[in-house]
Design a protein around this ligand. Structure first.
Ligand SMILES: [Zn+2]
Length: 339
């Protein structure tokens, strides 16, 4: 890390229409905005951008999030400013569809409302980028004012869905079962972070209780053949972030070469690749493709299939999905790949 490609591979990856279906807005905060805010504090590049950097724990990661980014997201305008740069970077890399989330309880500390923040983020999407916006929340956020906010957000027409994130090892409280079911009944798409810091058992638990069809990460499903079989049987897709998993030292992933995405893909699980928190991992979407090719032996055909998975899971009208998949098939054909 960081991953670099020869010009031929870089051109190939660039030409693939791509998706980001696991991208946290706050964790993608552009460093230049932090520097504008406080040039002295942010004079030096952050230590976590150094080659070979790995976080000691999720707690350390969250402490750094507070140190670097938490103070930035104080208004709808700030979300807009950040999102504009983040989405422009997505488009530069040939990304056509983004699902991004913001941390819902952040709203408790600002005067702007949720719908105002969501509209500000949506207004930052350049032409040609399809955007879906999710509200992220932690296992223990359903209390006091946080509880009201979670209830309210289910009725915001501006919001596309909800996601459970944060400390995965906190208990899965009983409110989540009900809120996830009601969210779907109200037309929201539901996701859950699982199988990153907890094992395959937790993936099974959220499938049992929250009945999602998309799991953020889910990489530790690979520890259990029964869980992998279940993902296949229930057609559950995993939004995987390989570089994030290596940098956060997820159990069983000492290096990219050992990342279970290879096994999950080979088993037939629908996997997508994503950058997660690019500010904290110093990564880009393109680098995720380079990493798969260079360290995990994904052929160009397989990279096209991974890109196609992003559109297969995307919340798009069928004819738009078809157009993206046809474009990928055209690129594969022009390279004589058997897509
Ligand atoms: Zn995430």
């Amino acid at each position: 890390m960081p991953y670099r490609a020869d010009p031929d591979l870089a051109d190939f990856v660039q030409r693939l229409p791509k998706t980001e279906t696991h991208l946290h807005l706050e964790g993608a905060c552009p460093f230049e905005l932090l520097q504008q805010l406080d040039p002295v504090k942010y004079a030096a590049p952050p230590p976590f951008w150094e080659d070979g950097y790995r976080y000691r724990s999720f707690n350390q990661f969250m402490d750094l999030y507070v140190e670097y980014c938490a103070a930035f997201f104080t208004s709808a305008d700030r979300y807009h400013e950040a999102a504009k740069i983040i989405f422009a970077r997505c488009v530069e890399q040939g990304c056509r569809y983004v699902e991004t989330s913001f941390h819902l309880p952040t709203l408790l500390f600002m005067k702007d409302t949720g719908p105002e923040v969501i509209r500000a983020v949506r207004a930052a999407a350049p032409r040609g980028l399809e955007l879906r916006i999710f509200a992220g929340m932690c296992h223990n956020d359903y209390r006091d004012a946080g509880r009201d906010l979670i209830e309210e957000c289910l009725r915001w027409p501006e919001l596309d869905g909800i996601d459970l994130h944060g400390w995965e090892d906190l208990p899965l409280e009983s409110w989540t079962d009900d809120v996830w079911a009601r969210a779907r009944a109200l037309g929201k798409f539901t996701k859950v972070h699982a199988g990153e810091f907890m094992g395959a058992d937790f993936v099974d638990l959220v499938l049992d209780r929250l009945k999602v069809t998309r799991i953020e990460h889910g990489v530790r499903s690979a520890e259990s053949p029964a869980t992998v079989a279940r993902l296949l049987r229930q057609n559950v897709a995993l939004d995987i972030c390989p570089i994030s998993n290596v940098k956060l030292a997820v159990r069983g992933i000492p290096s990219m070469k050992t990342h279970p995405i290879r096994r999950l893909f080979d088993a037939g699980v629908t996997v997508t690749i994503n950058s997660d928190d690019p500010f904290f991992f110093g990564n880009s979407l393109s680098e995720e493709y380079y990493a798969l090719h260079q360290e995990l032996g994904f052929s160009r055909t397989e990279l096209v299939r991974v890109a196609a998975n992003g559109f297969r899971v995307a919340l798009l009208p069928e004819h738009v999905r078809r157009a993206h998949l046809d474009e990928l098939a055209g690129i594969a054909a022009s390279e004589a790949l058997s897509f």
